[in-house]
Design a protein around this ligand. Structure first.
Ligand code: ADP
Ligand code: MG
Length: 250
């Protein structure tokens, strides 16, 4: 579902990604771990072309992201094509980014109407089902300000799912939550994984990575230091940097 090859990204003189390779198969959950500043968010943003990469290639479901290849050269796609690609990739951030003036139901139902041209009735019906699925069937008419952080994040997940993504990217989805609210969000993500969604999850939740992850990637300084089966990497990290990091978060 996802293949990244030698991805480089710099902001001016600052080299943030120095050749990232990654593969995620359909239906798999890939957890990405690493210290702050190691380039995890930047990498996720490259996958849906929110950042333009300086070298390398990324494919999602067989499609080259952001570029067309013609005569051995890459040409950036037009905005419309980029938007079309982005539509099939759901993203959930640390901060929930819900529309504050819209109810939970409207937050979930809006984009399918605006972007996918679904009928309002059909979109609302699906939004209700999605909010029920994330355990918020009783909060359809609540505004974000009336919801806990965990509830808001679950609305954000339902909103991303409303676009029928084939890939979901999570960027530290539980890092901004009070500890007692982390579990309810991870449970929703676990269900999603069980139902076969392909996911890349940047997280410091080692338990989640071990239980749900099919693979674990440890990044530091803009490179993948090591990767493998989560329980292997966690139990027997091969690199000093991984050991040091795990010792801090475990
Ligand atoms: P992580 O998510 O692993 O904490 P980030 O991908 O957010 O790391 O950031 C990696 C590095 O890139 C940091 O040094 C950060 O300051 C820098 N960076 C991220 N986005 C930008 C940007 N838009 N402009 C300049 N520097 C950036
Ligand atoms: Mg980050």
């Amino acid at each position: 579902m996802v293949r990244a090859e030698n991805v480089h990204k710099a902001f001016g003189p600052l080299e943030v990604l120095k050749g990232i390779d990654l593969e995620v198969r359909t239906g798999e959950v890939c957890c990405v771990l690493g210290p702050s500043g190691s380039g995890k968010s930047t990498f996720l943003r490259c996958i849906n072309h929110l950042e333009k990469i300086n070298a390398g290639r990324i494919w999602v479901d067989g499609e080259l992201i952001g570029y067309r290849e013609r005569g051995g050269k890459l040409h950036e796609m037009r905005d419309k094509e980029i938007a079309a690609q982005r539509r099939s990739i759901g993203m959930v951030f640390q901060r929930f980014n819900l529309f504050p003036h819209m109810t939970a139901l409207d937050n979930v139902a809006e984009a399918p109407v605006q972007v996918l041209r679904e009928s309002r009735a059909a979109s609302r019906e699906r939004a209700v089902a999605l909010l029920e699925r994330v355990g918020l069937g009783a909060k359809l008419d609540a505004y974000p300000g009336q919801l806990s952080g965990g509830q808001q994040q679950r609305v954000a997940i339902a909103r991303a799912l409303a676009m029928r993504p084939k890939l979901m990217l999570f960027d530290e989805p539980t890092s901004a939550l009070d500890p007692e609210l982390v579990g309810e969000v991870l449970d929703v993500m676990k269900d999603l994984a069980r139902e076969g969604m392909t996911m890349i999850v940047v997280t410091h939740e080692i338990g989640f990575a071990r239980e749900v992850g099919d693979s674990l990637v440890f990044m530091d300084g803009g490179v993948v230091v090591e990767s493998g089966r989560p329980r292997d990497v966690i139990a027997e990290p091969r690199h000093e940097r991984t050991k040091a990091f795990l010792a801090k978060v475990l």
